[in-house]
Design a protein around this ligand. Structure first.
Ligand code: ADP
Ligand code: MG
Length: 572
């Protein structure tokens, strides 16, 4: 067949115009897209060779090669993957075949794409991104197992392309970009190296390039010969490390390797407290390695903290701090997630709404909570270390993640009137050691252990030998708002409303005493009430004190003293 010229599908041309004219923000990604296609193509031929070995044609030295040619002004990306037949080139390159993209383009009909460049994040631009840097692109490809059927495609990206037969000895695809004048930077060794390091370091096939080095001529003794000139040697070097440890089976990875990888991605000098290597299959396919650091970072409570784990799509780097993979209350976690289902070109805005990301997040949260529960059970000392560093962040989850409240309430710990300073009790332990007469869970909020311990509100409870949880962390105020009940028992602030600690008998006795007091000191009470009229709602005799003479009590539903302090501090 001779050379023929064809028109792009309208949608393809729209997409191309958009790519060429509106997508400037990060041109470097064109190389990431082409390398990812090459890697996919090698995956495919390897997979298909399982049932048809002849496809391999004796060529299994899997490789992606980058060839910059400064004289010609071209950059070529070669692979020995599956290749394409002519029909496939027409189908894959000339049209938008992927149903998602097509439907998306349909929905955009009538809208001005060029005015909405962010929309492009909703589908992969893939191959077309080469037109960001090139004004002419050539594809020479030959399908595996079909030595006679090479194909050559070429386009300048302005409405049409040409396609013709050609001969190509080796299986696979070569994509040649004729770089625009102002894009010649992409021929520089350092530029290519840095893009590959950033985006394609963990691609599982070697990405190679011929590197030429000049060395002064040396004599037989190894010494440089003065005035001897330079000698040029060219060697093929691999530019990516290929070390994606999350893709390897757990049993083959040593503790040292996990540790080294942690240090690499977290920039932490210490080893992690816990490693969670987890892969999911089924509706959502991803691999992940998450780490709990041993220490909290200095910026854990800063607004602009660098949080979030790294995101890869099929080993191709997408983002360093993807905030949407884990909820805010797990923002201390480090790690990497590699999804098989996301498009390469996901934008930030898309990540936030993407259902796949939501699925991954749900799965990671479940896994993390299960790991923490297991740590608490079986490695309590380690759990306490974790809790001292990150407990306050975990508590935020009680307030913000209703779905996981049940699991989280088993993980939170508190100091109490029955723990040593710096030691904790869980809600479960608290309930287990409640005396039979005790019906509710008591807590007191405050600014320090000392302050709550010496509070007059403690007196009646101490007398009863009832344990009181000390909520002395600033975030505990969230806890009391989120957690009203545990194991069917109400959580009750000791400085609010009526505590109703008394038995029937005690009630009678106290009633009697109050009556007596009223008779004897009623006028004193009225006097105090008169003096404090504007400041308190009520002044009454109480049975909650044993040693102190008076205390302030908040309404059951009013704000308490601690909250009042916090609000004052916030100027409200
Ligand atoms: P995607 O990779 O998301 O499918 P691309 O625009 O990057 O979208 O590529 C479109 C299609 O072109 C690919 O799905 C594949 O079928 C084909 N293709 C692209 N590059 C190659 C290649 N190097 N070898 C074989 N097929 C390729
Ligand atoms: Mg692609």
């Amino acid at each position: 067949m001779s050379k023929s010229t064809k028109q792009f599908q309208t949608e393809v041309q729209q997409l191309l115009d958009l790519v060429i004219h509106s997508l400037y923000s990060n041109r470097d990604i064109f190389l990431r897209e082409l390398i990812s296609n090459a890697s996919d193509a090698v995956d495919k031929v390897r997979f298909e060779a399982h049932s048809n070995e002849s496809l391999l044609e004796g060529n299994t030295d899997w490789k992606i090669k980058i060839v910059p040619d400064k004289t010609a002004g071209t950059l070529t990306i070669l692979d020995n993957g599956i290749g394409m037949s002519m029909a496939e080139v027409e189908e894959n390159i000339g049209t938008i075949a992927r149903s998602g993209t097509k439907a998306f383009m349909e929905s955009l009909k009538g809208q001005n794409l060029a005015n909405n460049p962010e929309l492009i994040g909703q589908f992969g631009v893939g191959f077309y991104s080469s037109f960001m840097v090139a004004d002419r692109v050539e594809i020479v490809t030959r399908k595996a197992g079909d030595p006679a059927a090479g194909c050559r495609w070429e386009s300048t990206g302005d409405g049409s392309y040409t396609i013709e037969d050609c001969t190509k000895e080796s299986r696979g695809t070569a994509i040649t970009l004729h770089l625009k004048e102002e894009m010649k930077e992409y021929l520089e060794e350092w530029k290519i190296k840095s893009i590959i390091k950033k985006y394609s370091d963990y691609v599982q096939y070697p990405i190679c390039m011929d590197i030429t080095r000049k060395e002064p001529v040396k004599g037989v003794d190894g010494k440089v010969i003065e005035g001897g000139g330079d000698i040029e040697t060219t060697t093929e070097e691999t530019l990516n490390s290929m070390k994606a440890i999350w893709t390897r089976p757990k049993s083959e990875i040593t503790d040292d390797e996990y540790e080294e990888f942690y240090k690499h991605i977290s920039h932490d000098y210490d080893k992690p407290l816990k490693t969670i290597h987890y892969s999911a299959e089924g509706t959502s396919e991803f691999r992940s390695i998450l780490y709990i650091p041993a220490h909290r970072p200095f910026d854990l409570f800063y607004k602009d903290q660098k949080k979030g784990v790294q995101l890869y799509v099929k080993r191709v780097f997408i983002s360093d701090h993807c905030e949407d993979l884990l909820p805010d209350w797990l923002r201390f976690m480090k790690g990497v997630v590699d999804s098989s289902d996301l498009p390469l070109n996901v934008s930030r805005e898309i990540l936030q709404q993407d259902v796949e990301i939501k699925r991954i997040q749900k799965s990671l949260v479940t896994k993390t909570l299960a790991t923490l529960a297991e740590m608490k059970e079986k490695e309590n000392e380690e759990y306490l270390k974790f809790y001292k560093e990150f407990g306050p962040v975990l508590k935020e989850g009680l307030h913000f993640d209703y779905a996981n409240k049940e699991k989280l309430q088993e993980l939170v710990l508190f100091e109490s009137s029955k723990t040593e300073p710096g030691s904790f009790v869980s809600l479960k332990e608290y309930v287990e050691r409640m005396p039979e007469t005790q019906k509710e869970i008591y807590f007191q909020t405050g600014t320090s252990r000392e302050a709550v311990e010496n509070s007059p509100h403690m007196e009646a409870l101490r007398k009863k030998d009832y344990e009181v949880l000390f909520l002395i962390d600033p975030v505990d105020e969230w806890v009391t708002q989120a957690l009203h009940e545990y194991d069917g028992k109400k959580l009750k602030a000791v400085d609010r409303g009526d505590l109703e600690l008394d038995t029937e008998e005690e009630k009678k006795e106290h009633e009697q005493k109050r009556e007596e007091a009223k008779k004897q000191f009623g006028s004193l009470l009225d006097f105090i009430k008169g003096k404090l009229e504007d400041r308190v709602k009520e002044v009454r005799f109480s049975s909650r004190l044993t040693d102190s003479s008076c205390c302030l009590v908040a309404d059951e539903y009013g704000i308490n003293a601690n909250m009042e302090r916090i609000m004052k501090a916030m100027n409200q």
